[in-house]
Design a protein. Structure first.
Length: 240
């Protein structure tokens, strides 16, 4: 593990009535400890998982639009307010890594295409990321450029991946986790089942550790797969 803790510099916040300081857990935030090389952020939409991941990426000096330290391409909204109010504790510090954001991956692919470097595709499976499907391009990135002493911040990597490819991603993480650290915001009930990972739940007024089987993602998916007709009957009840 490299990143050990994120601490909130709360006393430097002057006005906590606006985003991101008004997110419920942020109001009570003191610090978050990383306890394993694979950590998941889970929680309902809009609970602030990306907000924290972006802030960490900002502090790692990764481009908050997505990418690594070297990828200085620009897209709108490439800023993290919370990043100015957190401190990262490292042991040891690493500079390598990548911040994957689904929203900006397209721009990242275009950025790589525009580089003059003849070896520009070496880390991405040998061809333009635009000439690979969404899921293929993600897996190319993971397989060809991830590894070593590095930290990877992934925001919903499952967005492009079939269930089978989500398993492939788990295998890639397994092969790398002795040397690399992963922090992953996800809604995938598959990825969340990664063995011995720490799962932090953002649903409440404090970020709390949660077991895989206690996540809403696991519970709802299991309930649906076991008896879709019951779940749908309940959901559509008033329509009859
Ligand atoms: N730039 C912004 N300005 C104002 N509010 C914002 C901004 N970005 C996000 N928010 C709000 O902050 C809250 C947390 O957003 P965030 O994107 O961190 O959620 P999330 O947990 O990643 O959600 P999801 O699971 O849908 O990706 C949401 O209510 C969102 O509308
Ligand atoms: Mg998000």
């Amino acid at each position: 593990m490299y990143l050990k803790r994120v601490s909130y510099l709360k006393n430097q916040v002057l006005d906590s009535s606006n985003y991101p300081f008004n997110i419920p857990w942020v109001e009570n935030f003191e610090s978050l400890d990383f306890r394993s090389n694979v950590t998941f952020f889970v929680g309902e939409n809009g609970t602030g998982k990306s907000t924290l991941l972006e802030a960490i990426a900002d502090k790692c000096e990764f481009n908050v639009a997505g990418g690594s330290r070297n990828n200085l391409f620009e897209v709108a909204k490439a800023e993290s307010v919370l990043g100015d109010y957190i401190r990262l504790s490292w042991s040891p510090k690493v500079n390598r890594g990548f911040f994957l954001r689904a929203e900006t991956f397209y721009h990242f692919a275009s950025y790589i295409d525009a580089l003059e470097d003849p070896n520009k595709y070496a880390a991405y499976g040998g061809k333009s990321l635009h000439h690979q499907s969404h899921g293929e391009s993600y897996l190319s990135l993971f397989m060809n450029s991830f590894g070593g002493k590095a930290i990877y911040l992934l925001d919903e990597p499952e967005a492009a991946l079939s269930p089978l490819r989500q398993l492939s991603l788990m295998k890639i993480i397994k092969d790398l986790e002795n040397e690399s650290q992963f922090i992953i915001a996800t809604h995938s009930p598959i990825l969340l089942g990664y063995p011995n990972a720490t799962i932090y739940n953002f649903d409440h007024a404090k970020i709390e550790m949660i077991r895989y089987e206690e996540t809403m993602h696991y519970i709802l998916t299991k309930r649906f797969i076991e008896a879709p007709e019951l779940v749908l009957k309940e959901l559509f009840r008033d329509d009859d």
